[in-house]
Design a protein around this ligand. Structure first.
Ligand SMILES: NC(=O)c1ccc[n+]([C@@H]2O[C@H](COP(=O)([O-])OP(=O)(O)OC[C@H]3O[C@@H](n4cnc5c(N)ncnc54)[C@H](O)[C@@H]3O)[C@@H](O)[C@H]2O)c1
Length: 458
């Protein structure tokens, strides 16, 4: 029987989610095993190197490896033997050429792990999945384990944001637990006791929502659908501002003062991207359709379209500024030189999955421009994703001799850049602020032609 008060934890899949969890839960005092099938990733983690950029995580990794509470491995037998609670943190990407989620990694991890379990344990899904997956995992577990062991399944979706992941894991704004039994509930609670205890010492509370499987699964996709809708709402307002001569940043500020609306996630710009929101809203629509509730989520299709249209807006603005009007095949930017500042889908992350910044840079290059890309952290991933673009090691290198600068990810380095100094490096002072993160008046004073998203030209 597992020690219900001090369970040993495994995180299966040590990507952005699982590695952060493994490291942070060791920091909270748990004995932790991080498991992955990617040997290179595990070798890096075991050597004290976080395989991706996440502020604060490197120090925690090294400290907890040294403490002996944290280990990494690629052996299913070892992880099966080690843990009382197995958290599934594998990827659930969009299926190629389809809207739905690919669950092959979930299936692989469960069917490889389950037959090796030798004592009672809890398997907890953290990956974002279509509703119904937890019940399916339960069937897989029943098929692959000895019933006498009474292995159980629970689902506890994850809400961390890359770039803030350490704090989000140690100090979550809520924990959701989809459970079927008091035993699973108690064990899952024990597996989060460190989080609750930390909150008490900091005079905070972490709300806990205990619910059924379907609700737990839906909470995550509903939250992402809401966030995506909020971003696309303000980007739709940006489109209207562009034709009506309004300024969406002032509009957002003004409506955001209404506490029913709020100002978070209300910045118009290039739109959302990353490994979660785009694929999650698509998988949600696909699953709702399968279940006969497709109409209820039809608006998410529009949310997706608004979002994707923003990427094209950069190309239109670039053509305008560079005096290259669009023909039937779009603008011809041949012979132009453009700096693309930002490749990651958001600042403080090196994640370039479905990054609007990289998509916009690729669209500019496809239109014939010579595009030079710089990102403070995402260069290696960007190079793998878009190998034909030119990558340079600094902001100054990116902007030297270009006739257009495009700010595509709102890294502090770009927000705080000095427009006077940059103006000395470019051949023409023209900037597209794809994230509305620059001060237009300051850039205009330094002689730049400024174009934002949903803002009048300055
Ligand atoms: N990244 C985030 O900010 C975030 C936030 C909340 C939820 N999620 C969800 O968490 C899940 C993981 O996302 P991620 O961003 O960490 O993905 P990721 O691609 O960074 O990591 C997934 C990991 O799973 C590993 N893996 C694949 N098959 C495996 C197997 N059979 N056994 C063990 N490991 C295996 C891969 O090697 C990889 O390291 C997804 O469902 C995602 O939607 C992610």
């Amino acid at each position: 029987m597992p020690d219900v008060t001090h369970p040993r934890l495994a995180f299966l899949g040590t990507g952005y989610l699982g590695a952060t969890y493994a490291i942070c839960f060791a920091e909270l005092g748990y004995e932790v095993f991080g498991f992955d099938v990617d040997e290179a990733k595990i070798a890096k983690l075991a050597a004290g190197e976080v395989p991706f950029h996440e502020p604060g995580l490197d120090d925690l990794l090294r400290r907890n490896l040294a403490s002996g509470r944290l280990r990494f491995g690629t052996s299913y037998a070892e992880v099966a033997d080690f843990a009382d609670v197995h958290f599934i943190c594998v990827g659930t990407p969009q299926r190629p050429a389809q809207m739905g989620a690919d669950l092959t990694y979930v299936e692989a991890v469960v069917t490889n792990l389950a037959p090796l379990l030798r004592r009672r344990a809890l398997i907890v899904g953290k990956s974002t999945v279509p509703v119904g997956t937890a019940a399916w995992v339960e069937q897989l577990v029943a098929r692959h384990t000895d019933p006498a062991l009474r292995i159980e399944v629970a689902w506890s979706p994850e809400f961390l944001q890359e770039g803030h992941a350490v704090d989000d894991v140690l100090r979550p704004n809520r924990i959701v637990a989809g459970v079927r039994s008091a035993w699973a509930n108690d064990l899952l609670h024990a597996a989060h006791k460190g989080v609750f205890d930390l909150a008490v010492t900091e005079d905070r509370e972490v709300p806990l929502v205990v619910t059924d499987f379907a609700t737990a699964e839906l909470v995550k996709v509903a939250a992402n659908a809401f966030l995506a809708t909020k971003i696309s709402f303000i980007n739709a307002m940006a489109e209207v501002c562009e034709v009506a001569g309004g300024d969406v940043t002032q509009l957002a500020r003004a409506i955001g003062y209404d506490p029913r609306i709020g100002n978070r996630f209300l910045q118009a710009g290039l739109g959302f991207g990353g490994g979660c929101l785009p694929k999650d809203i698509r998988a949600f629509q696909a699953r709702a359709q399968e279940l006969g509730a497709g109409e209820a989520l039809r608006f998410l299709h529009e949310v997706d379209l608004i979002n994707l249209r923003r990427r094209g807006r950069v190309l239109t603005l670039a053509a305008e500024l560079l005096g290259r009007p669009s023909g039937p095949a779009g603008p011809d930017l041949a012979g132009t030189r453009i700096a693309a500042l930002g490749a990651s889908f958001k600042p403080k992350s090196d994640d370039v999955r479905d990054a609007p910044s990289l998509a916009a840079a690729a669209a500019l290059a496809a239109a014939g421009a010579h595009v030079r890309v710089y990102d403070p952290q995402g260069m290696a991933n960007a190079r793998r994703a878009q190998p034909t673009l030119e990558y340079v090691p600094s902001l100054a290198d990116a902007v030297t001799d270009v006739s257009l600068v495009c700010v595509l990810t709102e890294w502090a380095e770009f927000r705080n850049a000095d427009p006077i100094a940059l103006g000395e490096l470019v051949t023409e002072r023209q900037v597209i602020d794809g994230r509305n993160c620059l001060d237009p008046a300051r850039w205009a004073r330094a002689g730049w032609t400024y174009r934002g998203m949903g803002r009048p030209s300055a």
